[in-house]
Structure formats: structure tokens, C-alpha cells
Design a protein. Structure first.
Length: 252
């Protein structure tokens, strides 16, 4: 008897991990098993110092249609899979095809980079039903595209295509529908050729910049630079530059 397919699948190739939402029949809705799967995947990957990037993709026609029907907010026993993905120390690249709706859009925005199909749809329909979206989407959206555009999506429920999302800066790039996963993997491959410790420090600096006063942010930038200078990877980067060869980073 074959085992049931897990809601979230994790595979690793070299320095890149692939996390796949694998419930296409439900539209990859973020039900309790899916939230557990995301949290468990993030818990495993967070301890992988050798990883440079994670690609988050989905099977089926939708990236994620959000929470299950008649669930306005995840019950307390459910883990916060979205926060777990956002907290990963390495860059996370979302590959978005189809619709990312409500909390599904929140999951996409919890990633650091988004590669989307031109015909993908981002939507926040909750106010039309008299409720609010969650998963951090109201906060991350305003930080990414500004309060005016965020209000357009949140208050009016306007659906934004992948092409428009790319022009807004909501997505890193828009590609053809059959090219999304490959394009996201290419982005992750480019990250994998960079120093893993430097990538983590850069992600930390950018995310904390949203909440720190300028002087404190500059101080953090300097402190992270000093820390990086003490690593073996930094010394390897210098040697590789001087000898004109690709660096061989080991996350140390």
C-alpha cells in the first residue's frame, strides 16, 4: 500500500532546497496539515548552514487559495507556517503560478524574492466578506509597494496580475507560465554561487532596516560587516579573487 503524499515536500540539490506545496486538489489551501508541513520544513532547513537558498513552489493550478473555507483565522493549535518560512535565515524565492489569494498571498510575501507567471493573480478579497486578511500580508504589502497601492488591494479587493506585480516591485520578475519554476531555480542557483554567510547577513540587514532608525541600521550594517570579516568564507573569497578562480564557500 503506497503512502499518502505529504502536504509539503522538501528536496535538496546542492546548496538549494526545494519546498513544494503538494495539495493541488485543495488549491494548496493553508489548512492545519499544510501549516504543520510548512513549519516542519522550515524547522529542518533553518539548521542547514550549507544552504544558500530555498525555492517555494506549488503543484496544480493555484499557488495557494489561502485558508480553508469558513476559516477566517487559523485556530490557536495550528502552527504559523507563514512566519516559519519568513524566519528562515537564508533567502527564500517564491515561484508563483495561478492565484495567490488571501493568506496564500501572505505566504508569497513572506518570501524574499518572487518569480511569477505573467498571468498569475494576487488577491485579497477578505474585506468584501467583512473580514481582514492576515498572515502578515497587510504589513509586508505596505512595506513592499507603499500604502496607496496596498490600500487599493486591501480596501477594494483589486486583483493584480503577475505582470503588474513586477512593475510595482511586488515581484522580482514576471515570466511565461511554463517558465516559473525553472526561472525561480535559476535565481536560487545564482544565490548558491554566493557566500552563504554573506547572504544571511544581507537578508538580516535588509529586513531589520524596515524597523530601525537610520543610524541604528547603519550601525547594524557595520557590525555585520565586521562579523563577516572573521569568517573562513571571507578569507576564501579574497583568495579566490587574487587567484582568479571561483570561490569555494563552506559556510564557515
Amino acid at each position: 500500500m503506497s503512502r499518502a503524499r505529504p502536504p509539503v515536500e522538501v528536496a535538496t540539490t546542492g546548496r538549494v532546497a526545494l519546498v513544494t506545496l503538494a495539495r493541488p486538489a485543495t488549491g494548496n489551501r493553508l489548512d492545519e496539515p499544510m501549516m504543520h508541513g510548512l513549519a516542519e520544513a522550515a524547522d529542518v532547513l533553518a539548521d542547514r548552514d550549507d544552504l544558500c537558498a530555498v525555492v517555494l513552489c506549488a503543484t496544480g493550478r493555484a499557488f495557494s487559495l489561502g485558508l480553508p473555507d469558513r476559516v477566517g483565522w487559523p485556530p490557536r493549535p495550528w502552527p504559523d507556517g507563514i512566519a516559519a518560512i519568513a524566519a528562515l535565515p537564508m533567502p527564500v524565492v517564491a515561484a508563483v503560478r495561478g492565484e495567490a489569494r488571501g493568506w496564500g498571498m501572505a505566504l508569497a510575501l513572506a518570501c524574499d524574492l518572487r518569480v511569477v507567471a505573467g498571468g498569475a493573480i494576487f488577491s485579497l478579497p477578505q474585506t468584501g466578506a467583512g473580514t481582514l486578511p492576515g498572515g502578515g500580508v497587510t504589513q509586508r504589502l505596505a512595506r513592499l509597494v507603499g500604502p496607496a497601492r496596498a490600500a487599493d488591494l486591501l480596501l477594494l479587493g483589486r486583483r493584480v496580475s503577475g505582470r503588474e506585480a513586477a512593475t510595482w516591485g511586488l515581484a522580482s520578475r514576471a515570466v511565461g507560465p511554463g517558465q516559473v519554476d525553472a526561472a525561480a531555480r535559476r535565481v536560487a542557483g545564482a544565490l548558491a554561487r554566493r557566500g552563504p554567510i554573506a547572504l544571511r547577513y544581507a537578508k538580516e540587514a535588509v529586513l531589520r532596516a524596515l524597523d530601525l532608525p537610520l543610524a541604528d541600521g547603519i550601525r547594524l550594517e557595520h557590525d555585520l560587516y565586521v562579523l563577516l570579516q572573521t569568517t573562513a568564507d571571507r578569507r576564501e573569497g579574497v583568495r579566490a579573487f587574487l587567484t582568479r578562480r571561483p570561490p569555494r564557500f563552506k559556510a564557515r
